[in-house]
Ligand binder design. Structure first.
Ligand SMILES: [Zn+2]
Length: 166
């Protein structure tokens, strides 16, 4: 029996961010343990078709690398949200300042004091609400990341001790 195909079992390292859910062939992803000496017990993602047809090109990704990717994605999202909040705060402060100038030109001294206090209170209130919104968004992002990690780590730690993501 002859075979023209390349018989070496290759692991294509095509970049795919985060934890993969599906191979590019359309098949769902499952996890396997490496049996090579250099990566003994190290887990990886692959589809069933790739396991059966070793010469074909299918998604391959180490689980530990996928988790680190996932954490970096959450961190990047956190950074973007924080930047947007800062910009929004700056716009609000600018608006409040211009409003103070306008009001001051129109109001009597007694009224000015009252209005300034109210503006300061409203600005403080808005800032507080923005902070709560940021925390909520970041927490949701982190939960998604952690949930994905836990489902794999729990499974990993049942496989062997001493596994650690650094
Ligand atoms: Zn596949």
């Amino acid at each position: 029996m002859t075979s023209s195909s390349n018989s070496s079992a290759r692991f294509p390292r095509i970049s795919n961010h985060g934890v993969p859910t599906r191979c590019w062939c359309g098949e769902g992803i499952i996890t396997f343990g490496s049996s090579t000496a250099e990566n003994k017990y190290r887990r990886f993602y692959r589809c069933q078709i790739a396991r059966d047809r070793k010469t074909e090109n299918h998604l391959f990704k180490w689980i530990d690398e996928a988790l680190i990717d996932e954490i970096r994605m959450v961190e990047a999202k956190h950074e973007r949200v924080a930047q947007e909040i800062t910009k929004f705060e700056e716009r609000v402060i600018e608006k409040v300042k211009s409003e103070i100038v306008r009001v001051e030109a129109e109001m009597s001294e007694k009224l000015k004091e009252k209005v300034n206090l109210e503006i300061a209170r409203v600005a403080q209130d808005m800032k507080q609400k923005l902070k709560i919104a940021t925390v909520a968004m970041v927490v949701v992002g982190a939960i998604v990341g952690i949930w994905t990690s836990i489902s794999v780590i729990g499974w990993l730690s049942s496989e062997f001790d001493g596994f650690k993501i650094s």
